[in-house]
Write a protein that binds this ligand. Structure first.
Ligand SMILES: [Ca+2]
Ligand SMILES: [Ca+2]
Length: 198
């Protein structure tokens, strides 16, 4: 999702009307929600660059109680997915996107966000490499949940699992997963939801 939202060197220090409108468009949050998040975000980071430890604190509030103890895995995973240029911080827009992701109840919306998280370089295609990366990132999280199905898939490690998933989902045989292939699989395949729900 990063490349779609990250603007190099822009730190959104002022919540202008233009920024507010942009936030509304990408999240569907109300102006009040955006203002509240903005205040919260800038109370934690003065300069508009949120570090991973700060993200964990903020994100913790949004996780359901059953997932709270996993907040470190989840933050690691979401953070590294969002922080596409690996400079170790995320900006306000990226923060909003992650809040949105954890709050969303709509399956299609959720699938779309998961897709964006997996699609690290933001080219709207998920490759085997991108899948392997996210699976590796989620490995500890899945281990702690010990869902039988997920353990089976990940048994051989992230790479073979990623290969199997691409083979399964790639309906048009293009070698990569596009967003509609992913959303389809998400809606009809419980194992895909189990693997990528966090
Ligand atoms: Ca990609
Ligand atoms: Ca495809």
């Amino acid at each position: 999702m990063g490349n779609l939202f990250r603007k190099q060197g822009v730190l959104y220090k002022t919540l202008t009307d233009e920024l507010l409108a942009h936030c509304r468009t990408i999240t569907n949050f109300t102006d009040q929600d955006i203002h509240d998040e903005y205040t919260k975000f800038f109370s934690v980071t003065d300069d508009g660059r949120l570090k991973k430890s700060q993200m964990e604190t903020l994100l913790g509030e949004y996780l359901p109680p059953t997932k709270k103890k996993h907040s470190k895995y989840l933050t690691d995973c979401v953070f590294s997915a969002i922080d596409t240029n690996n400079d170790g911080y995320i900006d306000f827009l990226e923060y909003l996107m992650s809040i949105k992701f954890f709050q969303s109840e709509s399956p299609i919306e959720k699938a779309d966000f998961v897709f964006r998280i997996i699609d690290k370089n933001g080219d709207r295609h998920v490759t085997q490499k991108e899948l392997a990366r996210i699976l590796k990132c989620l490995q500890d999280y899945h281990r702690s949940l010990s869902s039988v199905y997920v353990q089976d898939v990940l048994n051989e490690g992230p790479k073979p699992a990623a290969t199997a998933i691409v083979e399964k989902l790639d309906e048009d045989k293009s070698g990569v997963i596009n967003v509609s292939e992913f959303v389809d699989a998400w809606l009809k395949d419980e194992s895909i939801r189990a693997l990528f729900t966090f």
